[in-house]
Design a binder for this molecule. Structure first.
Ligand code: SAM
Length: 198
């Protein structure tokens, strides 16, 4: 299982976070997500340089210009209003700051009426970044994503009876996994890097 915190820790270490004032602020709407992030931060030695609070893409609960850089991994496709979410990234970044997002592009024709990924599906994020005022510096497909996504979602499908018994209607991931395996609604998994001019 991959973890954005260990990835962030690796990147921060490469830039010398032990001797620099780099700080990590994480926001997620889910209490379980926040608990997992805090646990992971402790495990990789980032506890004293990180904090996590409840928030969404559209409402991060951070002040204007609060961060030098922002990132999101495998979550942005769930934002119910991607335009509002990018406006929020723009607001919290200092001028000249960058946002990096890894997210599935979503084929609107395949997810019509589907909860969560069917709300505001975006097949290409570039025009959305530009409309929000960003300069897009990179936009590319991440290598090997389809095999890994099929393996991960396939494992969830295989465990779907157990997960549904344990979680009931909260097992949204089961529905997404079944949709992903059967209908392949994600044309690509994209890495975008964009800069707030300034
Ligand atoms: C597949 S997980 C990815 C978590 C983590 N970034 C990772 O790579 O392990 C998707 C995350 O998106 C969060 N999420 C869902 N809707 C969101 C929203 N509107 N704003 C912010 N986060 C959201 C979920 O709570 C969940 O933690």
């Amino acid at each position: 299982m991959y973890s954005p915190i260990s990835r962030a820790a690796r990147e921060a270490r490469a830039y010398g976070w032990r001797s620099s004032p780099v700080r990590l602020i994480g926001a997620d709407p889910s209490a379980a997500g926040l608990l997992a992030a805090r646990t992971r931060a402790r495990a990789v030695g980032l506890a004293d340089r990180s904090r996590f609070h409840q928030g969404t893409f559209e409402q991060t609960n951070l002040p204007d210009g609060a961060v030098d850089a922002a990132m999101s991994v495998d979550a942005f496709q769930y934002a119910p209003d991607k335009g509002a979410a990018l406006a929020e990234f723009f607001r919290i970044l200092r001028p000249g700051g960058r946002v990096s997002i890894i997210a599935f592009e979503v084929d609107p024709a395949k997810v019509a009426g589907v909860p969560v990924v069917g709300v505001d599906p975006i097949p290409n994020y570039v025009p959305l970044f530009e409309a929000a005022g960003f300069d897009v510096e990179a936009y590319e497909e991440t290598p090997g994503w389809r095999e890994r996504a099929n393996a991960a979602f396939g494992a969830i499908v295989d465990a779907s009876d157990t997960l549904t018994a344990e979680m009931g209607e909260r097992a949204v991931a089961v529905a997404e996994a079944m949709l992903t395996v059967q209908m392949q609604p994600y044309p690509r998994r994209a890495l975008a890097v964009a800069r707030r001019p300034g």
